[in-house]
Design a protein around this ligand. Structure first.
Ligand code: HPA
Length: 272
């Protein structure tokens, strides 16, 4: 119900503008990308039925509609995290609404800790795969076959063509874009050094508290997915710096400018 109501609220605000083709989710400290959206229409989550307004850190969570380098986009500025206590299934409404208003692909961004000593704060990494250690899956519960299948394949969850396009744009812009596996935890506590050592053995390059539920939901409803992490810190036990949220936000600022340039170029060349 919420998806239908949110979709009509958005369509009303869009009027005769073109429907968005690319959805973008902006992670912690990475909200500035929304400022690059031309001719923006911003709708606070609070005005969209079923969009989790969540806890507000300084600014309102909102949906920004407009164009990025000529491509119609829908940007979710601010997301709900599981550590806020939201029902994992509640994360579905924004993702399914993006699909319902016309998006064919979803670009997710996040702030992440790095498990690799050679991947330092400020670096951008395209996700090649993920490991879900959040302990929950947002598709648990009754399945609506009209939205997607009961059992969703997660091989090539991160679309190889979109990832190649990201690398091509990064090369043109002289941005050093890595590739890596993202391991998701629920948070809100940061990891212990022993956990990070264990995650490295499992094959993780990055650790964070978001993105994976949205990737699962997006694949379920047929959206193609790409994701980029902005490394904000070396993971627990890998550096002498204490892990704090402020430290994370400061680290995000170091990658935010490159991320903005990369997303604008990616959107401009986006072909479904
Ligand atoms: N751990 C978990 N989530 C994070 C980190 C981290 O080190 N940095 C940014 N988000």
């Amino acid at each position: 119900m919420s998806v239908a109501a949110a979709t009509s609220a958005i369509r009303e605000r869009l009027g005769d503008r073109p429907a968005p083709r690319l959805g973008i989710v902006l992670g912690s400290g990475l909200g500035a990308v929304a400022e690059a959206v031309a001719d923006p229409v911003a709708i606070p989550f609070a005005e969209l039925p079923g969009f989790p307004a969540g806890v507000v850190h300084g600014h309102a969570k909102r949906l920004v509609l407009g164009t990025l380098a000529g491509t119609p986009v829908a940007v979710l500025q601010g997301r709900a995290h599981l550590y806020e206590g939201v029902d994992p299934a509640a994360l579905a409404v924004p993702i399914r609404t993006l699909q319902a208003i016309g998006c064919e692909a979803l670009m997710l961004t996040n702030a992440a800790g790095s498990l690799r000593a050679d991947v330092l704060p400020g670096r951008l990494v395209a996700l090649s795969d993920h490991i879900n250690l959040m302990g929950v899956n947002p598709l648990v519960g009754p399945n609506d076959e009209a939205i997607g299948p009961r059992f969703v394949g997660m091989d090539e969850a991160y679309d190889p063509q979109l990832r190649a396009a990201l690398h091509a744009r990064a090369a043109e812009l002289d941005i050093d874009l890595g590739d890596g596996v993202y391991l998701a935890v629920s948070g809100p506590s940061f990891e212990t050094p022993a956990e990070i050592r264990a995650f490295a053995v499992l094959g993780a390059d990055l650790v964070g508290m978001s993105t994976v539920p949205e990737v699962i939901l997006a694949r379920h409803c047929g959206l193609r997915v790409a994701a980029v992490s902005a490394v904000t810190n070396l993971a627990s036990g890998l550096s002498d710096e204490p892990l704090t949220h402020e430290h994370t936000l400061a680290g995000a600022a170091r990658g935010a400018d490159d991320l903005q340039r990369l997303l604008v170029a990616f959107a401009g060349a986006f072909t479904p």
